[in-house]
Design a protein around this ligand. Sequence first.
Ligand code: C2E
Ligand code: CA
Ligand code: CA
Ligand code: CA
Length: 275
Amino acid sequence: AKSDGRGIVRVYDQEMDEAMQARRSLQAALRQAITRGELSVAYQPIVNLTSQHIIGAEALVRWRHPEHGFIPPAQFIPLAEECGLIEKIGTFVLRTACAEAASWPGDTSIAINLSPQQSNDTQLVHIIADILATTELPPDRLELEIVETTMLETGSPTEDVLWQLHRQGVKIVLDDFGTGYSSLSYLRRFPFSKVKIDRSFVCDLGYEKADSSIILAIIGIAETMNMQVTAEGVETQTQANLLRAYGCPQAQGFLFHEPMEGTELAKLLTAQQAG
Ligand code: C2E
Ligand code: CA
Ligand code: CA
Ligand code: CA
């Protein structure tokens, strides 16, 4: 029955409509998720590659939808960025994770992902100062992870915001390094303490020669510029061994630990402290 062009167009329109409606209803649900307590934060340990000791953790937001169950952040973070909900969610993650990390033993660091809208807003400096004051988390234990796309907007307040946070003693981390299209000069313009080698470079380690040279180059640049390095997405012993041989000091990935609840990580840290 849908043999003519108009029919096909109509079906296509209907599919677009349905996709748009699904998005809108998910956004509406997300709007209520915070107040209904459906959001939580998981923590994935970051280890010293030599000792395998936990030196920090990355906060990863989780949303348990009452009907659909867990919805991955890769799905709802872009939605939140699109409809102006990201500031609220971002502040929730900052507050929750800093409060959690303040109770951890030693100088275990907490890394928190920032969306471009957050670092683009000068209010962020005050929000973070307030959170650090109320949680009593030392500023140098807080790491803020930003992606390269964040830096591309010229004339945006991001650069100023990141320098102000840096002067407060907070660490700035370049996430997913090597996947964006930024120039190396950004490494000097922004106050980075650390770069994270993207999972895509780690996953073929041992098979693809090209990836080894990129990883070696990143480690070399970071060393020269006095920045720390973490390799992400380490899943196999082969990858860990190669990274260690290349001089990569830190790693994060399922081989070591999956994201876990705050209470579980606190137990691991206490045991590590005692051992
Ligand atoms: P990301 O910042 O690159 O975070 C690392 C992601 O890799 C996490 O996925 C983590 O669970 C996953 N991962 C860790 N180790 C491994 C591994 O060995 N193998 C594989 N295949 N994956 C691994 P997750 O939690 O689904 O988060 C996805 C992305 O969502 C994050 O990527 C980040 O961009 C974003 N995101 C998560 N939480 C937040 C948040 O609180 N705020 C913002 N703005 N973005 C967030
Ligand atoms: Ca990250
Ligand atoms: Ca990453
Ligand atoms: Ca990523």
